[in-house]
Ligand binder design. Structure first.
Ligand SMILES: C[S@@+](CC[C@H](N)C(=O)[O-])C[C@H]1O[C@@H](n2cnc3c(N)ncnc32)[C@H](O)[C@@H]1O
Length: 232
């Protein structure tokens, strides 16, 4: 279990931080979604207690909470984000043997507009058994997306798998920002919702020398789809 004290220091971070706070209204919902995802990583991407697990756009470390609840720990959980407040919270409250967090100052128009244009995952090439990116490509432009897919290919170990979510639809333009009338929310501000045509996202996947192992349409947050990717 999480070591949760009554002080505000250890309460889960307030929804004002940009990490999908609307969807995780209380601690119990936050933990439940995390454990569910860890079990799906086990089933679809081969996650075990011996895995090196990389959590891209980890926010406040939701997945780390799930790993702790379900496995205790894995060989290496590495959470990476570009927002100092949420990453700082995770680092302060969830760092432990087997759990580490890295802040990278790279640019994303929504979350870190003044960051560096030099993209990095801060991962050793060939080191990641299971790569997780939940609601990250759903806030990404159409130049960063293929570039990061190539970096994911580079970071994955042989046989490694990536579990990612994004908005994809048939018969829509290749890439769109905040498409009007789409999904359950009134999209506001840069990259609140980025939607890909399915063929376009899968072209990026192929160009990055990745292949689709599993596709589930529309069942994730706000109607995102799930891709499980492997190295080609
Ligand atoms: C909607 S939140 C999802 C948080 C978390 N994955 C979850 O499901 O609880 C998107 C996260 O991606 C992070 N992010 C966006 N671009 C990133 C990048 N290039 N590198 C690392 N993190 C990034 C944001 O800072 C934000 O915390």
């Amino acid at each position: 279990m999480l070591n949760r004290k009554k002080s505000s220091k250890n309460a889960l971070p307030p929804g004002k931080y940009r990490m999908g706070g609307e969807h995780f209204k209380d601690d119990a919902a936050f933990i439940k979604t995390a454990v569910k995802d860890v079990k799906r990583l086990e089933k679809y991407a081969g996650l075990t207690a011996q895995s090196n697990l990389y959590d891209w756009g980890c926010g406040a470390g939701r997945l780390a909470v799930g790993v702790r609840e379900h496995f205790g720990r894995v060989a290496d959980y590495h959470g990476v984000d570009i927002q100092p407040e949420v990453l700082g919270w995770a680092e302060q409250n969830l760092s432990a043997p087997g759990f580490r967090f890295t802040l990278v100052n790279v640019s994303n128009e929504r979350y870190n507009p003044d960051g560096s244009p030099e993209r990095t995952l801060a991962a050793e090439p060939g080191s990641v058994d299971v790569f997780y990116a939940y609601s990250v490509f759903s806030h990404m432009n159409d130049e960063d997306t293929p570039a990061y897919l190539r970096l994911i290919h580079e970071a994955l170990a042989p046989g490694g798998m990536a579990f990612v979510t994004c908005f994809v639809e048939e018969d829509v333009p290749g890439w769109e920002e905040n498409p009007e009338g789409y999904g359950p929310l009134d999209w506001k501000g840069r990259l609140h919702c980025t939607r890909f045509a399915r063929w376009h996202f899968e072209d990026h996947v192929n160009a990055a020398r990745l292949a689709v192992s599993r596709f589930e349409y529309g069942q994730e947050t706000d109607g995102q789809s799930l891709y499980v990717l492997r190295k080609r």
